[in-house]
Ligand binder design. Structure first.
Ligand SMILES: *Cc1c(COP(=O)(O)O)cnc(C)c1O
Length: 382
């Protein structure tokens, strides 16, 4: 699915130099490279504060702790996503409220979101799934109207640029009160271990969160709030500092591969290809460079003739990696069942879990590989 080795070979010298810098300084924790990477990422994202932490799940948990949410507060998120998003809500004894997603973008459905709001709702967590920014015009409008916090789960869309209806552009993860990301190796900006970060333009929230990631300390050995221990280590920060300058070209390489896939499958009536259509602007429906709202963390097709599982097997036999993200809706997971959910409320997710299939997507795909993959699929699905 990804080619981390191929990518490493391209940037080996700078990455190794960064790692050696840490080894020679022995500043393994909180070393200078952590602060340098933090500053570089703040600049790249054009956001006031980046707070590094240990992984993307921690980032979500710490973001929710920072907002001071309390037991029983309802947090709305998408039914079709990786479990980390809902896991931390439940772990903090908040009440997760899962809602259906949009059939085109796989992102939180705006009507379903509106319907789920109650007097107990305190926050919305849009997930920019598969690299495409959710409809943030609508999410921010709803949040403002109902006085809700917005935490963007940006683990899959770092580098994406959201274009608002009025033409303003903002980097994914910097639009809500808080944004979170993961630097898991296979993410679009991945380190060589675990890592994550929280973004915000809010000085007070940033201050609160810097304490929470460090045992609730704002002064050494004075613990003002219950915190956690969540750090990005210096070696991982060094890897990320070396990789960040390549992020835009990595996003472009992914978009190019997506364009190849999209045009290869364009005329097949059994295959629905992904669109880039975050804010429902009529001008925004294609994979273009002016509207880079999709950075293709995953390239995900819908197979509509009931042959998805057969295709999955067939591709494995042909040696073509592929994966089903995600095979089970979160509302159907044992851990997250809730009597309040009705199957009729999740028509899109319930369909997607049966039709989606993700193809190899990374920065090192060449035309020959893409031709082989697309031809194998077209020969099978006809
Ligand atoms: C990967 C991911 C996370 C969790 O990140 P980790 O670093 O693995 O903890 C959270 N949310 C989404 C949508 C993800 O894809």
């Amino acid at each position: 699915m990804v080619d981390l080795q191929g990518q490493y070979q391209q940037i080996k010298e700078t990455v190794n130099t960064s790692i050696e810098e840490v080894l020679n300084s022995s500043a393994y924790i909180n070393g200078p490279l952590v602060h340098e990477f933090q500053a570089d990422l703040e600049k790249y994202l054009d956001v006031k504060h980046v707070i590094p932490c240990a992984n993307g799940t921690d980032a979500l948990q710490i973001a929710m702790m920072g907002l001071g949410l309390e037991q029983g507060d309802e947090v709305i998120t998408a039914d079709f996503t990786f479990a980390a998003t809902v896991e931390v809500i439940a772990l903090l004894k908040l009440t997760p409220v899962l809602v259906d997603v949009d059939a085109k973008t796989f992102n939180i459905d705006i009507d379903a979101l509106k319907k789920a709001i109650t007097p107990k709702t305190k926050a919305i967590v849009p997930v920019h799934l598969f690299g495409q920014v959710a409809n943030m015009d609508a999410v921010m409008e709803i949040a403002k109207e109902h006085n809700l916090f917005v935490i963007e789960d940006n683990a899959q869309a770092i580098g994406a640029n959201y274009t608002f209806k009025d033409g303003r552009k903002q980097k994914a993860g910097t639009i809500g009160n808080l944004g979170t990301t993961s630097f898991f190796p296979s993410k679009n900006l991945g380190c060589y271990g675990d890592g994550g970060a929280i973004f915000t333009n809010d000085d007070a929230l940033a201050h609160t969160i810097r304490g929470i990631v460090n045992h609730g300390m704002y002064r050494r050995y004075y613990h003002d709030v219950v915190g956690v221990n969540s750090r990005l280590d210096s070696i991982q920060a060094g890897v990320l500092k070396a990789k960040l300058p390549h992020l835009d070209s990595y996003c472009n390489a992914r978009r190019n591969a997506a364009r190849f896939y999209n045009s290869a499958f364009a005329n097949n009536t059994n295959i629905i290809t992904p669109t880039a259509k975050s804010n429902n602007n009529s001008s925004c429906g294609e994979i273009c460079d002016t509207c880079d709202c999709h950075v293709f963390h995953q390239y995900t097709l819908q197979i509509t003739n009931g042959k998805r599982d057969d295709l999955h097997q067939h591709l494995l036999e042909k040696g073509i990696p592929n994966a089903i993200y995600y095979p089970v809706a979160l509302h159907s997971q044992k851990a997250y069942q809730d009597d309040r959910y009705n199957e009729e409320d999740f028509p899109v997710t319930n369909e997607l879990i049966k039709t989606v299939i993700s193809l190899p997507m990374h920065t090192e795909l060449d035309d020959e590989q893409l031709k082989f993959i697309t031809q194998t699929i077209l020969d099978f699905i006809n």
